[in-house]
Design a protein around this ligand. Structure first.
Ligand SMILES: Nc1ncnc2c1ncn2[C@@H]1O[C@H](COP(=O)(O)OP(=O)(O)OP(=O)(O)O)[C@@H](O)[C@H]1O
Ligand SMILES: [Mg+2]
Length: 403
């Protein structure tokens, strides 16, 4: 497909969405907006001018057949002269939860927006449930539930009419979306507030409505961009529990968060992005092993640790001695630890405790990001660049899309 045609299709779809949104913003209710959109469509004879009337059926059997529910290949995004995303390649399997972590401005939201067919990639391609994010943007938006970082809500609406409106955009019947909206409003503790307008909602309540909006059509794929940022601890727990339920229900989730405990609890796999490139990827255990080394142990003694250290000479590589404690790494605790205890016992040194020290995602993350910064500072050439070494294309450059 030629570039101008892709651009025209993309911008037409965008324009249609914008017209709908502008009408809804101008109206006092969904009912008014719906009538106005229907009248405009009829007058202009614009077949399918509104996504409201364009609900094409999706083939859910394809979700079982794709090997990667999200497939991104060498994605780039250039804003003017600024290269925000530099060759992101990422696969997310059906039913997998992947946390995309990284410092502020690393390119997480930009990547998510490209994968959600909200932003056109400058280069590279991505498919979601087998649908191409550029050529099949509408299908992508149907299979994805997107919680954006700054969700724009239609503040004059009340929760149910707002959610039913989005249900209608996703091709749901009025009764199905009303039932689903009630179920989700109850689940997230907003049912009591159903008669209030959204402009009277607190920041966290609005965030929950945006999350419910993403869930309304029960999509197989969810992009949750900082879902618990504005929430109090109880609400954040509700949202994390909902994510655990979605994970159990085999939904595919791409989660962006700065809450590393949350990522550790929810994610099957972690990808760390810095300066627009993925710099590390794997399970928590793999990343921990790779960046923090073998498991770390603390040996606590009932006496000064220096005598014990001498007794352990040649058995383990001691990392640190601190008063009555010795710290060391070993991959082979099953064999090494009994020998340590035996040697100390032979030397008459009492062992008070022997513990494996828990390692947190925060330690791994800081090590990766700090290590990557050190490497970049030492060698500017090591800064992320396109993997194929080709010159980076700009916003108007050729868009490579595989059919
Ligand atoms: N529309 C835009 N025009 C120009 N620059 C943009 C645009 N959107 C994002 N950027 C820039 O791209 C970079 C990546 O932004 P992005 O929002 O993806 O970061 P992020 O990783 O989500 O950060 P945060 O953790 O703060 O949410 C930033 O430097 C941002 O200023
Ligand atoms: Mg962001």
């Amino acid at each position: 497909m030629s570039i101008p045609r892709q651009g025209a299709l993309y911008h037409t779809a965008l324009l249609r969405g914008c017209i709908d949104i502008a009408i809804i913003d101008a109206c006092r209710s969904y009912a008014q907006a719906g009538i106005l959109i229907a009248v405009l469509c009829r007058c202009a004879r614009l077949k399918g001018a509104s996504v409201l009337h364009q609900a094409t059926p999706l083939h859910s059997d394809r979700f079982q057949t794709v090997s990667a529910m999200i497939e991104a290949r060498n994605l780039h995004k250039v804003f003017g002269a600024f290269h925000a995303v530099r060759g992101v390649t990422l696969d997310v399997a059906p039913g997998e939860v992947v946390a995309l972590l990284g410092p502020n401005g690393a390119g997480k939201t930009t990547t998510v927006r490209m994968l959600g067919a909200i932003l056109r990639p400058s280069d590279g391609y991505a498919r979601v449930a087998g649908y191409d994010v550029v050529e099949q943007a509408r299908e992508v938006r149907r299979v994805v539930g997107l919680l954006t970082e700054f969700p724009g809500l239609y503040l004059r609406m009340r929760p149910q009419e707002y959610l039913c409106f989005f249900g209608a955009l996703q091709g749901m019947s009025a009764s199905d979306s009303a039932r689903r909206a009630e179920q989700l409003l109850r689940q997230f503790g907003l049912w009591e507030a159903r008669d209030k307008r959204l402009d009277s909602f607190s920041k966290g309540m609005k965030q929950k409505i945006a999350l419910i909006r993403a869930l309304i059509h029960d999509p197989p794929v969810l992009y949750l961009d900082e879902p618990t940022t504005a929430m109090d601890p109880h609400s954040a727990r509700q949202v994390r529990d909902a994510m655990l339920e979605l994970r159990a229900a085999k939904r595919t989730i791409l989660l962006t968060t700065h809450n590393l405990t949350e990522a550790e609890e929810l994610a099957d796999r972690i990808a760390i992005i810095r300066n627009g490139s993925i710099v590390a990827e794997g399970t928590f255990a793999q990343l921990t092993r790779q960046f923090l080394g073998a498991p770390r142990w603390e040996l606590r003694l009932g006496t000064s640790a220096h005598r014990a250290a001498a007794a352990l000479d040649g058995l383990v590589q001691i990392e640190r001695i601190d008063h009555e404690s010795i710290y060391y790494h070993t991959d082979d605790a099953r064999h090494i630890n009994p020998q340590i205890v035996a040697r100390l016992s032979d030397a008459g040194i009492p062992v008070v405790a022997l513990n494996e020290l828990p390692r947190r995602l925060e330690d791994v993350y800081l090590e990766i990001v700090a290590g990557n910064e050190r490497a970049s500072a030492a060698s500017p050439a090591a800064r992320p660049a396109r993997r194929d070494g080709a010159p980076v294309s700009g916003e108007t450059a050729t868009l490579r899309v595989e059919g």
